[in-house]
Write a protein that binds this ligand. Sequence first.
Ligand code: Y43
Length: 182
Amino acid sequence: MLVRFVTGNEGKAREAQEYLDGITAVNRVEYDYTEIQSDSLTEIATRGARESFEELPGTEPVLVGDTGLFVDALGGFPGPYSAYVEDTVGVERLWRLVSEEENRRARFRTVLGYADGDRTETFSGELAGTIVAPRGEGGFGYDPIFEYNGQTLAEMSLEEKNAISHRGRALATFADWYADLH
Ligand SMILES: O=c1nc[nH]c2c1ncn2[C@H]1C[C@H](O)[C@@H](COP(=O)(O)OP(=O)(O)OP(=O)(O)O)O1
């Protein structure tokens, strides 16, 4: 069995393979599906999975992932626009914005979209933490300003992060569902 993980990121495909070990093989495919402008990661992932399945050659199921960082005091900003905000404003300036707030709580949310031609499903995972001044050299994206249990995600090893992460939780939920399906 084979699931195609649509991502530009090799590390994400490897992580998916770890969760799906013994259940299915995972191939990374690159496809730039349309990211609709929506407040809902579920909507974005659902459409992305359907479009990828329809447009890519092949019949194996596809999986897409969409992640956002939601800051409580900013009404959930940057949320579904996290990639755009990272590219434009940047992580350091997001920290400066949040540093003016008393409530620095935030959460990462990942929604995985699955499509196989017969069905489309979504699976989500969350990680709650606090926005802090940048620390740590590891990880990517907003990891240096997101603290969980006293450590930023950029200070954790990849294994430590994967064990608690929003993406890991979504992958674990998907893996359970997919194993039951077969
Ligand atoms: O664990 C994470 N730790 C810190 N930052 C993260 C994480 N996961 C995503 N991010 C950031 C990267 C990007 O600024 C935005 C959306 O990420 P995300 O939806 O995965 O899209 P992407 O375009 O980077 O990759 P892909 O090729 O898999 O669609 O949030």
